[in-house]
Design a protein around this ligand. Sequence first.
Ligand SMILES: [Zn+2]
Length: 311
Amino acid sequence: MKTSLIIHPEELSHAWIDRMAEAGITVLGIHPKGGRRAPIYVREMMEMMKEREFRALIDYAHSRGLEVEYELHAASYLLPRELFAEKREFFRMNEQGERTPDLNFCVSNGEALELFANRAAELAEALYGTGKNFYFWLDDVKDSACRCPKCKGLSPSDQQLIAVNAMSRAVKKRVAGAKMAYLAYADSVTPPEKVKADKGVFLEYAPMEKYKVGAESLALFEAENISPLLAFFGKSDAKVLEYWYDNSMFSGWEKPPKRFEPNAVQIASDVRFYREKGFEYISSFACFLGEDYEKLYGEADISPFAKCVKE
Ligand SMILES: [Zn+2]
């Protein structure tokens, strides 16, 4: 089984790589921070990627047998907001009927979609040491779909899949065998209705909402979403992106990090559930557990996750 822990680029260290390799994790995930400043964080990561020190760490991860993948909120980076002055029609229409560059874009605008997809292909090629799975997510905010006359009849899931299909086609031309993730969470946790997934598009299911609704309604909530999603995208390559080790979430996305204890019981029961459902790849965010965390509290314990994915 493929497994991954996903950390911020600035938290990458020999210690983290060794910890993952020794625990039998198969993929090191790199994730620049999201939110409204996501395009800035993506640019910072691209700068970091030019540095010898960062590249040496990625090489070291490979030498320890880890694959490397990058997962990022990329919409505002791929369709630069600066274009709004001259290309208003590229951008989304909000509920009030106004075009706005705040989030995402108009997926019914062919020119915008082409630019978006071509920039995704350039980004894919620029990611140092990356594997063949690509995760260029749309913006990290609810109610951020386009409401223009052409997009109005498309759900947020349909709109995402149009963008993902376009990226998949463009990236595959540059990277043979590339696969592109559809991120099912928040507004797009229900399957698309009017758009079919291209070959090479796979499901990435991120159950963030369950951390809001609480464990009791979890079973019901998950059952409602997971089966239709797997039926739509297929089980092949289907991936879970969990939050078991997301100490950035548990710290309220503010440093200093809080002390973190993994919930071994929940991890074990969730992993069992995902395997039964047919997921082939299980991962979790593990941000805010880098060197600054270690100095405060010691090393994070990843054994509960490692143990149950090895079984
Ligand atoms: Zn539109």
